[in-house]
Design a protein around this ligand. Structure first.
Ligand code: C2O
Ligand code: CU
Length: 646
């Protein structure tokens, strides 16, 4: 629902300035006594009426988080001066000033849509609009009151006047919104998009305390490591190198490999193990790191170049050590130039089993599947871009661990069996209900689902909604994958039932943050561009979320753009509280990668229990590369690393 409304509003906001400029032109004529038409006034009015209807519909369907800024700022700026102009025109009095102001209102309202201010900049934006409208009215008055060459020139408003004022508005807003708002923030430059510019601090929208540890007490990220002196329980060595991958269709891809393969080797460890992984880079020019997606490792082991370490250059090596504290399905990937290097193969699965000596690992048929998009191809299951067939004995328990290593949400169609979603992002679902055959799953980019079922006597099909990739399980291994149409979509919000004694969410929070995802003009790493914004800005200018260890933090994430944004916070798992105002019922929904679709607004909660400087970004790496990165920083933690630009 929200997406077409957003698009319609964008089209209207594109046309509006044209009507606005005409309105301003005719305002100038009103005064010079030349013939005046009223159509520009009615054109602006018509657009304003439709835009108001869009805002009301958005409010009704998506709620205040999505529509509030339009209702409070974007519309009043357009509608109030327009109302004045209509009244003045009806009275037949000297309407030029009102018309000029309404013309400026039209421009300002479009400006607000295409350069959307973040929540932390709303006051500045509102004052800017007031100043611009007031300025237009004042200039118009002045030119009416004075005659003479200067006023005569002013009377030929609006062409020059409007454009000049709009220019001033842009510059003022730009200055106000890109200036760092707090110098005590950490100097966290974004990894591959480094540049090391000052990171501004976001203001919590209410509550919150601002204790910043004195510089002398500052802890460096590099000291926040895993255990360094004890003997590891498991050791792995991953070597990154250039190479080729052959897909099942026979197509060969120029790839990047870990230990000669892509996806890289599956790492199986146990909860509580001290895991040591040595990363070597043979010849990957971009540099390599390892990020343990979903495992809340100590900050220095997190593998974010420019923040927690320097990327490993060709010939270099880096040792990671951490203790996974939760059993589940995770994955690892490089975090350097991730938009091109993960796509080419620098990723693999990390399976954390129950603690040693505890329950035995899941028996039966266990299969890990990546939904991946190799350069230049459609969705594959791992390296299989054509259907796969496998034999499974009827009655055997089957567990499929699906990991989405692509950049888009992937819809999975499941046919031939009813199944349960037993875990999401490595978090067990309590009392998972049985989903009828034909229930689809939407996997966020970076997200994982564990599905479980008992093998029936017929054929089970798992298929990506797009592309040819499919998996057919049948008793003899010959069953052909079924053609499946789209079914109903699984909704985690209401799935499962809380276990008795499940942890409850706090009734009070120490911090409340707003994260608004939108699209607009801005500077991404110093480059002027139209792209995706977080709180009105692009990396490295997105304000940092500042917390103190122990804080209970609530974040509202709202998507006002027309694309999906899978939001991934490093170092913490979050619990979903609500979506568009509807509380999450069912088994507590823990996630590390939350797909926020257009018009969706989620409230999530986490405890600040892992000190460091953490990335919080969109896991669509092409969006990441364009600046959808913010940081979560603990007061008193600093990073000695600086991003090196590519
Ligand atoms: Cu899986 Cu910062 O990423
Ligand atoms: Cu995104």
């Amino acid at each position: 629902m929200a997406e077409p409304l957003f698009l319609l509003d964008m089209v209207l906001a594109l046309i509006l300035p044209l009507a606005g400029v005409q309105l301003g032109r005719h305002a100038g004529r009103l005064r010079s006594g030349r013939p005046v038409r009223r159509w520009p006034l009615y054109a602006v009015l018509a657009i304003a009426v439709v835009r108001a209807a869009v805002a009301v519909l958005l409010l009704l369907t998506s709620g205040w988080a999505v529509a509030g800024q339009r209702v409070l700022l974007g519309l009043p700026v357009l509608v109030l001066p327009l109302g004045w102009a209509l009244v003045a025109a009806r009275r037949g009095g000297p309407a030029a000033t009102a018309w000029h102001t309404a013309a400026m209102g039209a421009l300002a309202s479009s400006f607000l849509l295409f350069v959307p201010p973040g929540p932390q900049d709303l006051t500045v934006a509102a004052l800017g609009c007031l100043a611009v409208l007031g300025g237009a009215a004042a200039v118009s008055r002045f030119s009416a009151a004075h005659r003479g060459p200067a006023a005569g020139r002013l009377a030929r408003l609006p062409w020059q006047g409007l454009i000049a004022s709009a220019g001033v508005a842009v510059v003022l807003t730009g200055l106000a919104t890109t200036a760092p708002s707090d110098h005590s923030g950490p100097h966290a430059s974004s990894a591959d998009w480094g540049g090391g510019s000052q990171v501004a601090q976001a203001a919590p929208h209410h509550g919150g305390h601002h204790s910043t540890a004195p510089a002398s007490a500052a802890r460096s990220v590099s000291t926040l490591t895993g255990p360094r002196d004890t003997t590891p329980d498991v050791r792995f060595h991953l070597t990154a190198a250039r190479g080729k991958v052959r897909l099942s269709s026979g197509r060969t891809v120029d790839a990047l490999l870990f230990n000669g393969r892509a996806p890289g080797p599956r790492l199986t460890v146990h909860q509580g193990d001290l895991v040591e992984v040595t990363l070597s880079n043979k010849d990957v020019r971009e540099g390599v790191t390892l990020h343990w997606h979903g495992v809340d490792v100590p900050n220095a082991e997190d593998g974010v170049p420019g923040v927690t370490q320097d990327a490993v250059p060709p010939g270099g090596e880096h040792v990671y050590r951490f203790v996974p504290d939760r059993a589940g399905t995770f994955w690892y990937h490089t975090h350097r130039d991730a938009d091109s290097t993960v796509r080419r193969g620098l990723f693999g699965s990390l399976i954390v089993e129950e603690p040693r000596g505890g329950q035995p690992a899941a028996s039966g048929h266990v299969r890990t599947l990546f939904t991946h998009v190799w350069p230049g191809s459609g969705v594959s299951f791992g390296t299989h871009d054509t259907p796969m067939r496998e034999a499974v004995r009827p009655g055997d328990p089957v567990t499929l661990k699906v990991v989405n290593s692509s950049e888009e949400p992937q819809r999975l169609l499941v046919g031939g069996v009813s199944y349960r979603v037993t875990a999401l992002d490595g978090n067990t679902v309590d009392h998972p209900g049985r989903l009828p055959s034909g229930t689809d799953l939407l996997l966020p980019a970076g997200g994982r689902y564990d599905l479980a079922f008992t093998m029936p006597t017929g054929t089970v099909t798992v298929r990506a909604a797009e592309g040819e990739a499919a998996l057919a399980l049948s008793p003899d291994g010959h069953g052909a994958p079924a053609r499946l149409g789209e079914g109903t979509l699984f909704d985690r919000l209401t799935y499962g039932r809380p276990a008795p004694g499940a942890t409850t969410v706090p009734d009070r929070y120490d911090r409340d943050f707003d994260v608004v995802l939108d699209s607009g003009f801005g500077f991404a790493d110093g480059q002027f561009t139209y792209g995706n914004t977080m709180n009105g800005r692009m990396a490295p200018d997105v304000p940092t979320l500042m917390v103190t260890e122990g804080d209970r933090v609530r974040v509202r994430i709202t998507n006002r753009s027309v694309t999906d944004h899978p939001m991934h916070l490093h170092g913490h798992r979050v619990q979903v509280l609500s979506r568009n105002g509807t509380p999450a019922t069912g088994s507590p929904w823990f996630t590390d990668t939350l797909n926020v679709a257009p018009g969706e607004s989620y409230e999530v909660f986490f405890t600040a229990d892992n000190p460091g400087i953490w990335m919080d970004h969109c896991h669509n790496f092409s969006h990441t590369a364009q600046g959808m990165i913010m940081h979560l920083a603990y007061s008193g933690v600093v990073s000695p690393y600086h991003g090196t630009s590519h």
